[in-house]
Write a protein that binds this ligand. Structure first.
Ligand code: NAP
Ligand code: MG
Length: 505
């Protein structure tokens, strides 16, 4: 038995999953699997055990170049002949095929990323198919406008002016590991809806479902070369994609730090850039809020995906009157969460992605402890295989503490309190971060809610819920959380360009 198959023997996996894992993975370029490994080989680990389960070739600049050429050829060739209605049909078919491959996609996503089974089922059975269906509705509704212009003094009836919306071209997409399949979906669906082609570099830690989705797209009728996947390291394959002169736009999701590198790399040919970056989102609880909603809601806001979630509500601001009750309630939820491998259906809380990530999280908790925070619950890595870290609540934190200032990207909630006073002071505290991605306000007073919605400087604010995501709702970051929006109609805009046309006769 190979080391990878013995690493899998503890699970009951479907045959399609076992077959997929056993393959020698490379890059999907021009509709074919190629195996260039200029960047070596990437071992893929199960974060619940730390054991190797598969491997794939790591490409470099040569594979990126081949993929960009394939994407350009498809853009100018077969894909340009598709009608809007045909692109719609393909997107709808992808949704059907995602559902047809539900079990395999769930298993691969869990093995790659570690998320609990119910969440994987929600992602593969609801989030991803719904998203493709939502974008399947758009191709036939992308319209320009007629403009009442008078070019060169032409009178009405002597000229006509209008706009054409055209695909921006070849898109380079780079995605993170924290929610692998949805991150890839967020790039592929709008690219297909607008008629773009795409070269995607998935996170090296979680490439499995990206590769499988590329095959599903091919099966759904997406012509070869429209979607290309190059596996590899960020510093080589990712950097080559961001700098490539044949790429018209970069759609990046990842850290703010790497986002800055993307902007610099894109400057060579001034390619368009959208960035979905980090967050440190506030959860603000007023004393009149329904605590039966607040306690599970705030726990979920922070501990969802083990806190490896850009929208995570990691800074909790609670009014003095309910502070102790809310903190104790969240700590009780955290202590009761059943930790375990995602493939164990009873697990509620999975592992972190890697040993580095686990140690980084532990370092932030330790820094908080030294700076005077009280560890109300968690704070440790349990002695078991895999990269687990307990859901942790830090009370009595202040804005200058290390775990409050930094995006931890792990299950660590930092609590601050506030008293009676003006809403501006609460909002100032909530906004005192370089990030502005998500946030939530918990109150039954609609006036307070609406004022706080306006005062919080984030791309998304939810009331009496956190991180309310829907395919139709624009999502993205203010401040250093990003440039542009994904989801909804706005999510199409970065994939389109506008041509102004004036005509006389
Ligand atoms: P990351 O380190 O920035 O990596 C993201 C992607 O960029 C990976 O594919 C990575 O490759 C690649 N990369 C790294 N260096 C690069 C370079 N110099 N040039 C081009 N590409 C490069 O982020 P991560 O640790 O994977 O993910 C966590 C971060 O993503 C968090 O900050 C989180 O908030 C953010 N995020 C944001 C959103 C959002 O919607 N706003 C959603 C999810 C996650 P490797 O795989 O080789 O490292
Ligand atoms: Mg890396």
């Amino acid at each position: 038995m190979s080391s990878a198959s013995s690493a899998l023997s503890q699970y009951t996996l479907s045959q399609p999953t076992l077959d997929f894992l056993a393959r020698s993975h490379g890059h999907f370029i021009g509709g074919k699997w190629l195996h260039g490994n200029a960047g070596g080989v990437i071992d893929i680990h199960d974060p619940a055990t730390g054991l190797k389960i598969a491997h794939c070739a790591a490409g470099g600049a040569a594979e990126i170049d081949a993929a960009v050429k394939a994407a350009r050829a498809a853009l100018e060739g077969p894909w340009s002949k598709f009608t809007a209605a045909q692109r719609s049909a393909v997107l709808w078919k992808i949704s059907d095929l995602v559902l047809a491959n539900f079990q395999q996609l769930c298993e691969l996503e869990i093995l790659d990323n570690g998320l609990p089974t119910p969440l994987a089922q929600y992602v593969c059975g609801m989030v991803v198919p719904e998203f493709f269906r939502y974008y399947a509705g758009w191709p036939t509704k992308i319209e320009g406008a007629t403009i009442p212009a008078a070019p060169q003094g032409k009178l009405p009836g002597e000229a006509i002016s209008f706009t054409l919306r055209e695909p921006i071209g070849v898109v380079g997409a780079i995605t993170p590991w924290n929610s692998p399949l949805p991150m890839v979906m967020l790039k592929i669906a709008p690219a297909l809806a607008t008629g773009c082609t795409l070269v995607l570099k998935p996170a090296e830690l979680t490439p499995l479902t990206a590769m499988r989705l590329a095959e599903i797209c091919q099966e759904a009728g997406v012509p070869d070369g429209v979607i290309n996947i190059v596996n590899g390291h960020g510093e080589t394959a990712g950097a080559a994609l961001a700098a490539h002169p044949g790429v018209d736009k970069i759609a990046f999701t990842g850290s703010t730090e790497v986002g800055r590198l993307i902007v610099k790399a894109a400057a060579g040919n001034l390619k368009k850039v959208t960035l979905e970056l980090g967050g440190k989102s506030p959860v603000v609880v007023f004393p009149d809020a329904d605590l039966a909603q607040v306690i599970p809601g705030a726990a979920r806001a922070c501990f969802f995906l083990q806190g490896q979630n850009c929208m995570a509500g990691t800074r909790l601001f609670v009014h003095d009157k309910v502070h102790d009750q809310v903190v104790e309630g969240i700590a009780a939820v955290a202590r009761a969460m059943k930790m375990g491998p995602g493939l164990d259906p009873s697990s509620e809380f999975g592992p972190l992605i890697s040993v580095q990530q686990r140690d980084r999280v532990a370092g932030f908790v330790e820094a908080g402890r030294k700076e005077g925070a009280e560890v109300v619950c968690g704070g440790h890595s349990p002695s078991r295989p895999g990269y687990f870290f307990e859901p942790t609540v830090l009370a009595h934190t202040t804005n200058d503490m290390t775990p409050v200032k930094n995006e931890i990207f792990g299950p660590v909630l930092c609590v601050q309190r506030f008293g009676d006073g003006d809403l501006d002071a609460v909002a100032r505290a909530a906004n005192s971060t370089i990030y502005g991605l998500s946030g939530s306000v918990w109150t039954r007073d609609l006036g307070v809610a609406m004022q706080m919605v306006r005062k919080i400087d984030s791309g998304q604010v939810s009331v009496n819920m956190h991180a309310a995501i829907d395919p139709a709702m624009p999502f993205g970051g203010n401040k250093q959380s990003g440039w542009g929006r994904e989801f909804g109609k706005e999510g199409l805009e970065p994939y389109l360009k506008t041509k102004g046309v004036s005509m006389t006769w």
